[in-house]
Ligand binder design. Structure first.
Ligand SMILES: Cc1cc2nc3c(=O)[nH]c(=O)nc-3n(C[C@H](O)[C@H](O)[C@H](O)COP(=O)(O)OP(=O)(O)OC[C@H]3O[C@@H](n4cnc5c(N)ncnc54)[C@H](O)[C@@H]3O)c2cc1C
Ligand code: FES
Length: 275
């Protein structure tokens, strides 16, 4: 059992959780994830690690509520426990001195992006940060990103704060020499930014979050196509070359279980109300 030692609401339906998990903390590197199960009957929920505090023996994740299990997690409080926390899983991000690193994050994935941006900063890179969200109230980790970025840009889908959408990046890429780009967030953001960097030949790493089950390369659920190769995001990634990923296939596979997910959500909400 893993205790929630800290919980904070960062934005609507978006919570930070700090779990006591000493054995995971000591092995964790930026870019890796855990798979969480709330109780014995719980679904397996992959979440990217947003921080690890070795002294306290805690890991941090930030979760946006989208369906049955993430809503259930959102209802837990400090002092509550989850049944399982498996990790760290996946390959760590490649962190070394590249020169100027552009770190682009959207929505809830800005939190784990910060973990990487901090590491790039500590490795001596110039870090240009870009954080985005649907609207101003959904922006997270702005202060934290400002501390580890040499410059930080903010964008929202509705223009309520900063630039409207990510199109301003075209001008930024024209004006600056960027040696590497990291993109974490919605598939559409990863696809768009990869197209922006392609003409400049900037190596672009995207952090893929397809549907996962075992997280260990055995079930095949997280299959993605990268160039002419089939890869499993849980063990071969989750970081891949954004110029090679088949984003259309990824988007289609993410929608594969939509009817079942909606049903599971309705059953849980109805069950929750009748209790
Ligand atoms: C490696 C990885 C890291 C992730 N990191 C984060 C994170 O840091 N913060 C965060 O809020 N979310 C993260 N996610 C997404 C999160 O795991 C899903 O939102 C969650 O599993 C949905 O479960 P649900 O029952 O609430 O919703 P459901 O109703 O089951 O699904 C809602 C949507 O989430 C996606 N999804 C469903 N099940 C899974 C699954 N097992 N694996 C991946 N996606 C799924 C589907 O596209 C679906 O449309 C990550 C996913 C992966 C694979
Ligand atoms: S989640 Fe099963 S192979 Fe990746």
């Amino acid at each position: 059992m893993y205790a929630i030692v800290r919980k904070r609401e960062l934005a609507p339906h978006t919570n930070l959780f700090e779990f006591s998990a000493k054995e995971i903390t000591v092995k964790t590197k930026p870019g890796q994830f855990v798979i969480l199960r709330i109780d014995e009957d719980g679904e397996r929920v992959p979440l990217t690690i947003a921080g690890a505090n070795v002294e306290k023996g805690t890991i941090t994740v930030v979760c946006h509520e989208v369906g049955k299990s993430t809503k259930q997690l959102g209802r837990l409080k400090e002092g509550d426990f989850v049944q399982d926390l498996l990790g760290p899983l996946g390959k760590p991000a490649e962190i070394r001195k590249f020169g100027t690193v552009l770190c682009v994050g959207g929505g809830v994935m800005v939190a784990p992006l910060h973990f990487q941006a901090e590491a790039f900063h500590e490795a001596g890179n110039t870090v240009i940060g870009v954080i985005g969200a649907r609207t101003e109230s959904h922006l997270i980790y702005e202060d934290e990103m400002r501390k580890v970025c040499n410059e930080l840009h903010v964008a929202t889908d509705d223009g309520s704060r900063g630039y409207k959408r990510m199109d301003f990046l075209k001008g930024l890429l024209k004006a600056k020499k960027v040696d590497r780009a990291i993109v974490m967030g919605p598939v559409v953001t990863m696809k768009t930014v990869s197209e922006f960097t392609r003409p400049y030949g900037i190596p672009t790493v995207v952090n893929l979050i397809p549907i996962m089950v075992d997280g260990m390369g055995m079930c095949g659920a997280c299959r993605v196509t990268v160039g002419d190769r089939m890869m499993f995001a849980c063990v071969d990634g989750p970081d891949f070359d954004g110029h090679q990923v088949d984003f259309e296939e990824l988007m289609a596979r993410l929608k594969m279980f939509t009817p079942q997910e909606k049903l599971a959500f309705v059953f849980q909400e109805e069950g929750g109300r009748s209790q």
